[in-house]
Design a protein around this ligand. Structure first.
Ligand code: NAP
Ligand code: ZN
Length: 350
């Protein structure tokens, strides 16, 4: 066991403060990682605040982890000390069910082990995330950071990036796809960049008039203000696919109306009850709604390789760990452009 300095929450809605945890001794198939950077996801805010009623305290968030390998277990074959690696939202799954065999680890039939607020499959201990000096992770769940991917910008790909990449690939987004991205935040801005790189015609649907220039700078072809009823009426039937990243309960009906024939709305943001959906809006145009949960390990590696090759990088605001509570407040006020990334070197001064 090694002692590890972290930042975490001791109770709901309390500030995150420095705390110490134990990281397990290396198992044969484990990799020890010194964390260089960790992205800040809106999910971290949800868990720290116990929004979903399932948080085990103390809670050390963080599932957009990048760093260097410092040690490997005896059976590890893919990594060696010094390698640049990354860890996303999951650190284990059964590895035997149909979902795991299909590379869809987030849908493991026996339940996944999330990077934080999960139960370790061997010891039963609560898992702790990347707002920390180091972490120990099963080799299978460690990803390789390609040579030409800047570590500072890699973290947000592990959750924000893969969560939108997965439905973009699932629905074959490419040239000719008319895609709308609802919500220009961490997930949304990655969706814009990735979909543009895939050749789609991309519209940002936003509640923030002030984000229009940014949206275009990120590569979006059009911007639609969702608070402008006339503009929304003008966009009825205009899209093949909508990625909805709104982080809380909302009314999907105004967005459903924007889908053309056989159009699909994929929910990735609000993992909670929605306002009632009007059946007639689904029937018209044979529209459908589906959801999507992060992505499998192979697909995450595919995303890292794609981003390295095409130099598709998130837009990050670097912060010190000491600024994490302000960062959470700013995310709740919708004031982040477009992903906070913690420079973990700052933790040494905590
Ligand atoms: P974020 O950076 O805070 O961005 C969310 C964006 O949604 C905001 O920038 C804002 O964009 C828009 N928005 C916020 N409140 C809204 C409201 N009340 N009505 C309409 N639009 C609103 O959050 P994020 O990190 O991208 O995460 C988004 C959600 O995805 C979170 O709930 C998170 O838990 C969830 N998530 C899901 C998965 C998954 O596997 N499905 C993975 C990661 C995260 P505009 O200013 O442009 O309107
Ligand atoms: Zn996340």
């Amino acid at each position: 066991m090694t002692n590890c300095l972290c930042y975490g929450a001791h109770e709901a809605r309390a500030d995150l403060t420095p705390l110490r945890i134990e990281r397990r001794a290396l198992r044969d198939d484990d990799v020890a990682i010194d964390i260089a950077y960790c992205g800040v996801c809106h999910t971290d805010v949800h868990f720290a605040h116990n929004d979903w009623g399932s948080t085990v305290f103390p809670c050390v968030p963080g599932h957009e982890i990048v760093g260097h390998v410092t040690a490997v277990g005896r059976a590890v074959s893919r990594y060696k000390v010094g390698d640049r690696v990354a860890v996303g939202c999951l650190v284990d799954s059964c590895q035997q069910c149909a979902a795991c065999e299909a590379g869809e680890e987030p849908h493991c039939q026996h339940g996944t082990t999330p990077t934080y607020n999960g139960r370790d499959r061997v010891s039963g201990a609560n898992t702790h995330g990347g707002y920390s000096q180091h972490i120990v992770v099963r080799e299978k769940f460690v990803l390789r950071v390609p040579q030409h991917l800047d570590l500072r910008f890699t973290g947000p790909l592990l959750c924000a990036g893969i969560t939108v990449w997965s439905p973009l690939r699932e629905h074959n987004v490419g040239e000719g796809t008319r895609l709308a991205v609802v919500g220009l935040g961490g997930l949304g801005h990655m969706a814009v960049k990735l979909a543009v790189a895939l050749g789609a015609e991309v519209t940002v649907v936003t509640t923030s008039p002030g984000k229009a220039d940014d949206a275009r700078a990120l590569g979006a072809h059009h911007v639609l203000l969702s608070t402008d009823p006339q503009a929304m009426a003008g966009a009825v039937n205009a899209f093949d696919l909508i990625l909805d990243t709104i982080p809380r309960k909302h009314n999907v009906n105004p967005y459903l109306m924007l889908l053309g024939r056989h159009g699909k709305l994929v929910l990735v943001g609000a993992l909670e009850p929605l306002e009632p959906i009007h059946g007639a809006l689904l029937a018209r145009n044979n529209r459908s709604i589906s959801g999507s949960l992060i992505g499998g390990l192979a697909q995450t590696q595919e995303l890292l390789d794609f981003c390295a090759e095409r130099q598709v990088l998130p837009q990050c605001e670097m912060i010190d760990i000491q600024d994490i509570n302000t960062a959470f407040e700013r995310m709740e006020r919708n004031d982040v452009k477009y992903r906070f990334v913690i420079d973990m070197a700052s933790l040494n001064g905590a």
